[in-house]
Every structure is written in C-alpha cells, then in structure tokens.
Design a protein around this ligand. Sequence first.
Ligand code: GDP
Length: 829
Amino acid sequence: MSDTDGKKPLGLRGGPRAGNVKQSFSHGRTKNVVVETKRKRVMVPKPGGVKPSMQSPVNSDPSKRPAGISDAEMDRRMKALQAAKEQEASDAARRKAEEEERAKNRERRRAEAEAKEREEREREDALKAKADEDAKRKAAEEAARARPADPAPAADPAAAAAAPSGRGAPAKPTPARKERDDGKDRGKPRGGARDDGRRSGKLTLNQALRGGEGGRQKSMAAMKRKQERARQKAMGGNVEREKITRDVQLPEAIVVSELANRMAERVADVVKALMQNGMMVTQTQSIDADTAELIIEEFGHNVVRVSDSDVEDVITAEPDDDKDLEPRAPVITIMGHVDHGKTSILDAIRNARVVAGEAGGITQHIGAYQVEQDGAKLTFLDTPGHAAFTSMRARGAHVTDIVVLVVAADDAVMPQTIEAINHAKAAQVPMIIAINKMDKPEANPDKVRTDLLQHEVIVEKMSGEVQDVEVSAQTGQGLDELLEAIALQAEILELKANPDRAAQGAVIEAQLDVGRGPVATVLVQTGTLKQGDIFVVGEQWGRVRAMENDQGKRVKVAGPSVPVEVLGLNGTPEAGDVLNVVETEAQAREIAEYREKAAKEKRAAAGAATTLEQLMAKAKDDENVTEMPIVMKADVQGSAEAIVQAMEKIGNDEVRVRVLHSGVGAITESDIGLAEASGAPVFGFNVRANAPARNSANQKGIEIRYYSVIYDLVDDVKQAASGLLSAEIKENFIGYAEIKEVFKVTGIGNVAGCLVTEGVARRSAGVRLLRDNVVIHEGTLKTLKRFKDEVAEVQSGQECGMAFENYEDIRAGDVIEIFERQEVERTLS
Ligand code: GDP
C-alpha cells in the first residue's frame, strides 16, 4: 500500500497522523503499536503473528528501503494489520460457507465413496487375477513389475478426487496431501530428469546403496520405508496408497490416536488437521464427536455415530468353537457357617498339596491357589464367605464351578449353612458336603445328613446325589477323599475353555499396594492372559506389567482357571469385576471411562433398579423369565415357613415365585447381596434391614418391602406375579427414634425418653417398636411430649417423650419407627 513512500505517516487507513495502530492477530490477541512520523526507530513489540517469509517478496525492493528499517517494519505491520482484518472478516463468512458446503459435500462424497468402492472391488478382483497369473508364470514376473505403472495413475486421480472433495476447508490439508502425491510421482521408477535435481539434496535408493553419496544421510527408518515402498511397487500396484473410504465409528468422545486408527490415517496428519481447525491437541487427548466428525469428513470418510454403550462392543463375546475348547481346572469356593472350619480346611488343603519349598513353605496369599489331584489341577478360591461369592455373582463374574459346604459334625445345620445352600442353589452350582471336625468325640455326621434333608439337600449316604465326605481339618482325615470328590464332580461338569483367545477373567480381590500400586488377583476364565496385554477391568484399565502365580513366582502367561496377581492397573478394581483383554489402550480407556460414567449415573438413580414393578415388566418382555425370585426374612420361623408355603403356591403357567432364601432375623447385607445377584426384591415380615443392609440396598437400588400382615405380603406378590401390582405405597416411614431411658409416670405408665434420629416423630402417625430390627409391637402413640408440653411433631436431633397406647413393654435401646399410612386403591385379581 504505502511502500512507495517511506516518509508518509503511517496510520489506520491513511488517517491523519494516527498515533496508535491496533494490531490484531489471528488467535484473537491484539496489540497497540505506537507509530511516529519521524524516522526514528519505532518501539514495536515483536511481530508474533506475521510470517516474514510471506511479506518479503512484496517488500523486497532494497533500493527503496531507507536507512532505518522502521518503514519496512511499518509496512509489515500494516500488511499484517490488514491481513488480520481481512482474515477476520472472511473467516466468519468462510466458516459459514464451509459448514454449508460440508453438508452438500457429505452427500456427494457418499455417492463418490460408493462409486469408489465399486471401483476398488473391481480393481481388487483384477489384482487377484493378476496375482494368480503371476504365480503360474514365474517368467512373467519381470513383465508384471513393469505393469504397476498402469494401476498407479488410476489410483492417483482417486486420491486426488478425495482431496478436493473437502473443498470447503481451504487449501490447508492439501499441502500435506500434495506432498504425498508428489512423493508418489517421485517414487515412480522413470523420473530421470528429476532424479538429477534430487541428487543435490536427497538420497536415492541407488545412491544410498552405492554408499554415502549425496551430502545428507537419511535415517535407517527412512531407508527402510523407501525400500518397502519400492518393494510394494514391484509386487504389483500401489495398493497401500489407494484412498479407501471407511465407515468410522464415532462415539460421543474419542481419543485422537484412536480416531486416526479408525480412519487408518496417520496420527500426525490428524493432529495437523485438528490444528488447522484451531484445536491444539495431542494424540492422547479426547475430542468431542462434533469436532471428530469435521475431521473425519475432511479426510473423506463416512461418519457412523454410535452410542456410548457401543464402546463395549469391542469386547468380543463370540462363542467358542467346540474344537477350540480344552479341559480346564474346576474353581471351588468353600462356604459354611462361621466356625465350622472353612479357613481350616482351606489351609489344610493348601499345606498338604501346594508344592512347598522355594518360598520356604510359606506361600504368598493371593486369594486363590491351585493344588494337584491325580495330575489334575483344582483351583480353590481362598476367600471363604458368602459375601465374596454373591458380590462376584452380582458383578457378573460367574467364577465358582463347585461349592464345598462345610458343616461341623459337632454342630448342625445353622443359619449360614442354609444361606450357603440357597446361594449355591441360586447360582446353580453343584455342592459337595464336607462334614468337618470328625476328630471330635461328639461328632455326629448323621445328624448333619438328616438336617440337610430338611433343606432339600439329599446326600449320597441318604441315597441322594450330593456327595458327602467326612473330614477333619485338624487331623487331615478325609481331605484326600474330599479332593477326589471334587475331581469327580469336575469330571461330570466337563469344564472347558478356549485358551487361544483374548483373555477374560474375574477379580478375586484387589488392593492398593504401597510399593507396587494397584494389584489385583485375577482368575483367568477363558483365553490366556499374557504379559503386555491391554485390558479393561470394571471401571479400570491397564497393561499387564507383571504377573505372579499363587506361589509368588513371576509368570508370563496364565491360562484358563489359573489365578494370578496382576500388576499394571491404573486404579483398584473391585472383587468380582470382569477383566477383558482388548486391542488398544484407547479402547480400554474408552470402555473404562464409559463404565465409570454409567456407574455414576446408576448410583445417582439408585433406588429404582429392582422394584417389583420393573421385575414384572422385565418378566413380561422377556418370555424366558418364568420365575420371580424373592428373598424373605421374618421375625419367627413359623411365619417364615407359612410365607414360603404361601409363596410357592403362587403362580401360573407363565410365572412362578421362587424363594431364593428365607430366614429369621434382621435383613442383612448378605441378603441384599443375594437379592442383587439374582435381581430379586427383599421382603421383611415384621423385621427390618439393619443399617449396613439399608445402605447397601440404597446404593444398589434393591427394593426392600416391609409387611406385618401375611395376607398383604402374599397378596402383593400374587399381584406382582400376575403383573397387576399398582405402584402403590402403603406406608411411608417418616422417622425413627431411639429409646434412651424409660420412666414410670403415674397415670400414663411407661414413657420412653427418646432421641429422634431420623425424620420426624408425629403424634398422629402410626408407630412400631423394633427390638434388634424385629417388630415387637405396632400401634399408636398415647403421648408425644417435648419437655413438659404435648406437641404434634418433634424433629430429628431433638429429644422427646413417647408413650404407646395400650403397650408398656418398652426398653432402653429399642427403636421406634414412625410411619404414615397412605391408602392407595388396590387392583384385585
Ligand atoms: P471358619 O469360621 O468357618 O473359617 O472356621 P475356622 O476354620 O476358623 O475354624 C473355627 C474353629 O474350629 C477353629 O478354632 C479351628 O481350630 C476349629 N476347627 C476347624 N476344623 C477343625 C477340625 O477338623 N477339628 C477340630 N477339632 N477343630 C477344628
């Protein structure tokens, strides 16, 4: 503009002696530049956004340049200024135009892609035919080598067609592509003239082979690439160069490297394209789907939007071919009542059978171990207890093949024994009964056997099918027989797995080790887990850095039914989490992130997972569901039995009620675990859930229903079973109060001095007296006092006095439950 006269004052659009020039840079930064008319050197901040190389040709007349360089600089400023302004104005317009064009282009490209695909297929066929020919006639190889010149030009226009199809996006991506195309030209064998030019700077294949000519040395990798390219050409056709339009699966967020991977483009190109679109990201960062879509289109591929949950699809659930299956060791869990000797039996087997020695006989505890029985391996889960069993089942890990139920011969079938039986039945896992403590003089194994009959466990000695073995963990008596029984049972089960696939396993236990980071004991269930494998486990992911077996030895591979300790996780998973090996780190991360998000949402929406209504809705949708599982706890054995009997009578051809577990006493965490694992609701008849169970139920979204009239319970279940249950809420718990002291007041009787621990106590509401979570009285209040005054309501955290109408047996430590009835019309079947 003003490069003819350096003396003229510089200013915005030639304005008179403007003192300030506002300089805008493309990234939104602006600077104020002071401009003087004198030929003094002007104080100008470094011109960051101006590319000198672009300016120099315009401003390159050195004769005109005055002594000071300020004018020249001024010029550049001016140009930069103008350029920036113009760019700003045009940017917005262009972006809009781009958007529109992109939409148009998408349609066109799709058509093009289809055409290209067809073309490709034809070409592939042609190539195949050619390859066949080649194989037949070795002599024709020379001729074949000369031929690739034909398909190559055909490939070029195809690639070229793909490139300008992103016309909306300015010439930006094209340089990169141009380069590649040029490279293709250069790569052509007959380029004599150009070869000369290249000799000055770059190395040709021949030069390199002849040795160090040509000034610059290229890296080995570059050489190899070149050789590879030459080889590819010789093989017939520039196949790898062909632009293939891909359907790119695009989730709601994607890691840049994975995006490149899915498009089969170079990561660097993708990062470059993103930068050109104003996104400064590295290959490990995530970008949102909209941005990714722009990039995918720019590269000429098709976008296939997928929902979040589809990320899990990479975990292949293909069934194994029968011929790939190989026998695997059974996995055994030991269950039973507390103190009946579970731990003792596990230890006794381990000490007797695990190869002692290297580790000084003290084997490292990794939550599972393997023993040998007649050459066959048996895997024991070293985590006795029902919680471990159910929590695993609840998390989808069906780990256990055989349950060993330990019953002490000097005791009998106890509540937890029954629970274990129910757990095993619910999981449909075969049982073996180990009648323990046979060394004790008072041992009475037959009592155990008859006791078991009552719970529909008929042992062999009673002409049933369940194996029973008399053992003593202390003397070691019968342990061999127990192992034999297990081996026999395993044989019947014909357990098999395919060792030649991506591994899947279950976490037996996991912890954060101070020195080694998160460590998980994983039982491989199918496939083979190898060092270096990338995996996702629950909400965590990682790469197998190292593995140790149950004897503390480093191993590189672990096949089906082998327990190993795995190092290399990015977080601590939970027992029961399923581990899946995937192909790439990006996939693993994507799945883990998705699961974390989903789990968060689930927790947020807890309370609505397993309600009776949903269960029934599910039962209706899924025609295979013919059983409605329930867990039931009651205050006394008589009620429990009566309810179970009534339950078993409910049902028709389609739906049957199945009592997974019934017992006496408060609803515990174990009940909730069982309910969760089987998707069952929990019924409390005159009993309540204890605090841990309540929390657990809230968290897991398990419905607990309380009843005090058998008819109501049976009726509800009956209606649920026929799909008629209305979403009624009969009772709302509005508060809980704990009795601190009991006073005798003349004229009133026993008055409870209480602290309202939850919600409110309301005079008009119904009340129940709970002792050890069992309902012992239900009625109304005679009085509700705060200090000396009769009040209608007392809030949580406050003390009050309460007395029951017609009921005197209250004790310190009892809990008063305050509820209100809400009448909802019932649907009668
Ligand atoms: P768990 O709670 O089921 O794991 O039971 P433990 O294995 O901890 O055993 C409870 C108690 O029973 C311990 O004091 C053991 O020493 C004892 N015990 C276990 N097995 C036997 C046995 O075969 N004979 C005798 N006499 N005592 C046993």
